[in-house]
Design a protein around this ligand. Structure first.
Ligand code: AKG
Length: 203
């Protein structure tokens, strides 16, 4: 599988393709049809705003997750997602990276208007310097990165159908990322695999 190094410090790689197009298309259709997609609302300045995408949090029972001030309990593994987790872990192992993902945030963007704002995946439950792998299915869109200390210009990483973006240790500490709205048609689903540490409860 071809691996492109996009950044070395911190390390960011793109494995493309991880999945061949027919497999990726079949998975897109299965996940679109079979998952219990949610559109939770976030409270901002006293008003409820539905998030501009849909999502499912999935994983092992102990992998509850706090995101934008809310606690999410994971849905149990869908068999297709459990298999993707194994494929992702195996692909990372071929590059010498040991991943022990126990959960995944699936994001569904119905059109190019749907989006995710600037953030880092740096919640305490992910521990120090987490490794995060993002599998993309469907419409190709750019993920935009910017340095927290503005040491260099922001840049785009286009995420092809069936590709795996690997954000290595240190990425979340030093960069933010966002999926900005674009005049692009087409459904996109991303799966961002993570490891939630079980000893974060009781903080
Ligand atoms: O959809 C994407 O590729 C971005 C997802 C993301 O930033 C996240 O899940 O934290």
């Amino acid at each position: 599988m071809p691996i492109e190094t996009l950044l070395t410090d911190p390390p960011i790689w793109l494995m493309d393709p991880l999945l061949e197009a027919p497999d990726a298309s079949a998975l897109l259709a299965i996940l679109d049809a079979e998952l219990a997609w949610q559109r939770p609302a976030l409270r901002l300045f006293g008003r409820e705003h539905p998030i501009p995408r849909q999502q499912v949090w999935m994983g092992a029972p102990e992998a509850s997750y706090r995101y934008s001030g809310r606690e999410f309990l994971p849905d149990p593994w869908h068999p297709a997602v459990a298999e993707l987790r194994e494929r992702t872990i195996t692909a990372l192992a071929t590059t010498g990276l040991e991943a022990r993902f126990n959960s995944v945030l699936l994001n569904r963007y119905a059109t190019g208007e749907e989006r995710m704002g600037w953030h880092s995946d740096d919640e305490p439950e992910l521990g120090h310097a987490p490794l995060i792998a993002a599998l993309s299915l469907g419409a190709e869109r750019p993920l935009r990165f910017r340095w927290k200390n503005r040491q260099a210009p922001a840049f785009n990483v286009w995420l092809p159908h069936g590709s795996l973006l690997v954000m290595g240790h240190g990425t979340q500490e030093r960069l933010q990322h966002a999926l900005l709205p674009r005049c692009l048609p087409g459904l996109r689903i991303s799966l961002t695999f993570r490891r939630v540490l079980s000893d974060h409860h009781g903080r």
